[in-house]
Design a protein around this ligand. Sequence first.
Ligand code: PLP
Ligand code: COI
Length: 340
Amino acid sequence: MAKAVAANMDWNHLGFQYWDLPYRYQAVYRDGEWHEDGLIEDSSLTFSEAAEDLHYGQEVFEGLKAYRCKDGNVNLFRPDMNAQRMENSAKRLSMVPFPKDKFVEAVKAVVKANQDFVPPYETGASLYLRPFMVGTEPMVGVKPSKTYVFRIFATPVGAYIKGLTPMPYMVSDYDRAAYAGTGQAKTAGNYAGSLYPAMKAKAAGFADCLYLDPREHKYIDEFGGANFYGITKDGQFVTPKSDSILPSVTKKSILRIAERQGLNPVETQIKMADFDQFAEAGAMGTAAVISPVGSLTYKDQKYVPFSETEAGPVTKKLYEELLGIQYSEREDFDNWVQKV
Ligand code: PLP
Ligand code: COI
């Protein structure tokens, strides 16, 4: 694949796709310690055909964005939380975590090295960072690897789901993660398992699936790539409490924003049968940002919480506050932003 050229980028029409940028960060774990290669140019990776990850799936990853502000500065949003979640994911997969303090430093180094690819402020696009780690030891027995590669690459992206455009979703009969499985870890297998239901949903005209809890199929869990929220008819912000969903950085931030906006937010089990109690609903995540549910189809019944064409007022207010903080245009009341 050819290297991306900043002068040729069409910033206003970026999708959510990979561009091969000039630099990425790499560290390798062997002989019981991490060895930093630092910034490298080669976007390919070479390892044994018997590498642990290729057969038994030791892989964890993260996703976060760098935002170009009006004054030209570049912001990161709560990168320490991604570092912590990656450590948690690595532990769940019996992998050796990459040091958290180095994680944030390395993210900043990758943004700086590729700064011409942080999209201009006016475009609403951003630079997506993808830290990931794979087990590379050659093996055929099922066990944890003793060697790992950790990398962070970057790619400029538009919104994954176009900001504030309501989307049609369907409730899946499949599970994304098993009960007491790896749902709380950001690991490749959870996404591999969601491809088949997601492709079926797309073929039927839906943007993605909403998954129910894997034990009883009774409570709302999350979307394939984002957490769920609903706004009740009396204005309360509600989001699922579940052991099989990804603890989302965006969700934690919106909970705090919702509290400050007087929405009395709560994390609780949400019965799918109660979905019609919501006046608004949406998806939240780094790629998704905040994206309204236009409609949700469950057992051939279509529910429209607010509108299929317009975002609801509470969703709009949460979205404006979140983006305002990310772009340093609103008060960063809990010091979430880190300058690159
Ligand atoms: N849930 C899943 C399954 C995801 O893939 C993501 C995206 O990372 C999220 C939720 C949202 O998490 P975050 O807000 O940390 O990006
Ligand atoms: C993210 O939001 O960073 C994700 O990893 C979600 C993925 C489906 C793109």
